[in-house]
Design a protein around this ligand. Structure first.
Ligand SMILES: [Zn+2]
Length: 540
């Protein structure tokens, strides 16, 4: 998903098995649409099953709730996948990106190697890149895929299955950094699987994360791969696309980027697995079956194909989005043991108590755009770097701080991105520009602030919404004066469209944002709290 909090949220203590999350709508029923004539006698056809997940985000041990029932966790997901696999040996397991990144400590503290290990154990056949695979840069992403050494974890063997990516290319050579597609043979039927990642990725991950690569148009890249596959006699073609889409449970009202992509790609494409917006999608658009199964292992997509062995093409297809309810299934013991092994490895750090929250501190913004948790985080960052001001992107705040004892693991879930803090110098005029950049043509992102207060008006045009900016003592910010500012590395690189921050001077890199928050909370008098204080005021 994007580096903003639009969909999933409220990841509670990573080791708490019964963490409760906001319910997401359930759509367990399939909508069995198919292309072409129904088979006269189905035994002539080869039945192939594709089981897909998207946006798993390393949620190995996080339980969520759907309609009051527990869902999620790798061991339950594994049980469901194995159950479906047992029903049809002609099965491929696929993922459509964001398998790793923004993950809980059990995976993140070990460089997300545990998640790749789980996918290996489940026998995944192919995956593609989401935006979050780029969180720690291309080299680390390729290390997770191909294997290699990391100082935190040592040697790692990598993924046992290929990653495909047709539209992420080397910025120098223009060549894809991974194979654009693979061909899997299932019961003699060649199936081409093509990968693409949303072209907006460079605007939603830390710019250093995508240094050295370019994202080319998804449909163009898919069509090139389709041409090559057709030349090789492959007629059954599946796309793994980390691009958003959503539909009604009955398949009507399909919308999102993936719908446009579907319309623009060759009609030889049979199925597209979408992702990124953590939504339900099960629809036929332009003859292509589009699916997405929410996120975090709370559901998976089960696509059933009938392939004519003479033409090697799909004659019928349907999908079901299956929710991974815990009741009624036994978690897979092999995957459970693996997850518990990794939990034990990270437990000492995760369970450390950092402080005690007097009340729940949320990132819920008031009408002006200020939140209590945003204030706490911005204060922590300003204190860590000893600057005049701090600015925090709201999308980087991923969970609330619950009342009571606060563990390191809970704070990790609040700030999971491992962004380093960056100190820089900006003029008063640049700070005004920064605040005005909160209102962008398609989205408003209210920065959480520390060390200043300001007023803004909704009735003023974009670029001029900010009115008075004041220092804590009430003196106005001087356009020509220089001020020191702390932001995280995502913002410092111009993330979320805050381009003025790329012009900051005297840059100095500091601790990881999470460490700054931990340090800050530890030195507060306990129990600690945080409030909305009127730092941001919307004028009527
Ligand atoms: Zn994504």
């Amino acid at each position: 998903m994007k580096n903003s909090k639009r969909w999933g949220r409220r990841v509670l203590s990573a080791l708490a098995a019964a963490a409760v999350l906001a319910a997401v709508p359930v759509g367990a029923a399939g909508n069995g649409k198919s292309k072409g004539k129904p088979p006269a006698s189905s035994h002539r056809y080869i039945e192939v099953q594709l089981l897909g997940i998207n946006d798993f985000h390393g949620q190995l041990n996080v339980t969520r709730k759907v309609g009051g029932r527990e869902v999620g966790r790798a061991d339950y997901l594994a049980a469901y996948l194995k159950q479906r696999e047992a029903e049809n040996k002609n099965t491929l397991l696929v993922h459509a990106g964001d398998a790793v990144g923004a993950s809980p400590p059990v995976s993140a503290l070990l460089q997300d190697e545990p998640t790749i290990e789980v996918l290996n154990k489940l026998g995944f056949d192919v995956g593609t890149l989401g935006n979050h695979e780029f969180d720690e840069g291309v080299a680390e992403m390729l290390r997770l895929i191909h294997g290699g050494y990391h100082p935190a974890t040592g040697d790692f063997a990598g993924a046992d299955f290929p990653y495909v990516s047709a539209n992420v290319v080397d910025a120098q050579t223009g060549k894809p950094i991974l194979p654009p597609y693979v061909i899997k043979r299932v019961n003699g039927m060649p199936i081409g699987l093509i990968g693409v990642t949303l072209t907006e990725t460079p605007t939603i991950v830390t710019p250093s994360g995508v240094a050295g690569v370019k994202f080319i148009d998804e449909a163009t890249a898919i069509n090139k791969a389709v041409r090559e596959l057709k030349k090789k006699g492959v007629q059954t073609i599946v796309v793994l696309a980390h691009n958003p889409g959503v539909s009604n449970p009955d398949g009507t009202n399909a919308s999102g980027e993936i719908v446009d992509i579907a319309k623009n790609v060759d009609d030889e494409v049979d199925v597209i697995f979408a992702g990124h917006n953590h939504a339900y999608l099960n629809a036929v658009v332009d003859g292509k079956l589009l699916v997405q199964s929410y996120s975090y292992g709370t559901a998976f997509s089960d696509v059933d194909l009938k392939i004519d062995p003479r033409t090697k093409d799909v004659v019928a297809k349907k999908a079901e989005i299956v929710t991974t309810y815990h009741d009624g299934i036994t978690p897979d013991p092999e995957i459970r043991a693996l997850v518990e092994k990794y939990e034990a490895k990270v437990a000492p750090l995760v369970n450390q108590v950092v402080g005690t929250a007097a009340e729940t501190i949320t990132d819920e913004q008031n009408e002006s755009g200020e939140s209590a948790l945003g204030n706490l985080i911005a204060d922590a960052q300003r204190a860590a770097m000893k600057t005049d001001f701090a600015f925090m992107n709201p999308g980087g705040i991923r969970a609330d701080i619950e009342q009571g004892e606060v563990t390191w693991g809970e704070l990790y879930n609040v700030q999971p991105f491992n962004n380093q803090l960056v100190k820089m110098t900006l003029t008063g005029a640049q700070i005004r520009q920064l605040l005005n950049q909160q209102w962008q043509p398609t989205q408003t992102r209210m920065l959480q602030i520390s060390g200043l207060r300001y007023t803004w008006s909704a009735s003023r045009p974009v670029g001029e919404k900010v009115i008075d900016i004041q220092l804590p003592d009430g003196t106005p910010l001087k356009p020509d004066a220089e001020y020191t500012v702390t932001v995280n590395s995502f913002l410092a690189d111009g993330g979320d469209g805050f381009t003025v921050l790329t012009h900051g001077t005297n840059r100095e890199v500091g601790p990881v944002d999470l460490d700054a928050l931990v340090t800050y909370i530890r030195q507060l008098s306990q129990p600690f709290s945080a409030q909305i204080e009127g730092r941001i005021t919307k004028l009527q």
